[in-house]
Design a protein. Structure first.
Length: 162
């Protein structure tokens, strides 16, 4: 998946997240340890694929001089995206129990992965302001031109037909 286009990596990763979460949740209904580990491994592969695709897409957006700042903020948002649901799940375990919380968490992951896959399958569009102003990689100079070239490259990653 490392060399696959970002769109394909996102969609396949989301599919793996949905199937892996489903297998993991089904394994809770009985003593199916192998299914639990297989579902967890598939979910992990899906997470790795979507994260790699997202990083490939995001790496093209900032100017070279802004990449450090940009990825520092991306990682802060990423850590929050993982820690806040885990804290909420920890609170829910006390009130609803471990199995119900696990099922809710797994369904939430599947729903978010479904939304992300649907979003990745949508055709990419250029921003209306760029089209209206006629900007392309030849008309902007400096950091703005570099940023626009990055946006155009990211658009190509997400929509190879563009």
């Amino acid at each position: 998946m490392r060399n696959a286009p970002a769109r394909r990596g996102t969609v396949l990763g989301c599919i793996a997240l949905i199937i892996g979460s489903g297998v993991t949740l089904v394994s809770l209904a009985g003593p199916w340890t192998i299914a639990f580990y297989a579902g967890s491994a598939l979910t992990g592969l899906g997470l790795g694929s979507t994260l790699g695709a997202a990083m490939r897409t995001l790496s093209l957006l900032p100017a070279h001089s802004e990449r450090g700042e940009f990825f520092a903020s991306v990682y802060v948002v990423g850590y929050l995206a993982f820690s806040v649901p885990a804290i909420i799940a920890g609170i829910c375990v006390v009130h609803a129990g471990l199995v119900k919380t696990t099922v809710g968490y797994g369904l939430g992951i599947s729903l978010l992965a479904l939304v992300a896959a649907a979003n990745a399958l949508r055709p990419a569009r250029r921003g209306a302001s760029d089209r209206a102003q006629g900007h392309d990689n030849r008309t902007l100079a400096g950091a703005d031109g570099e940023r626009l070239r990055g946006e155009l490259l990211a658009e190509k990653l997400l929509d190879p037909a563009a």
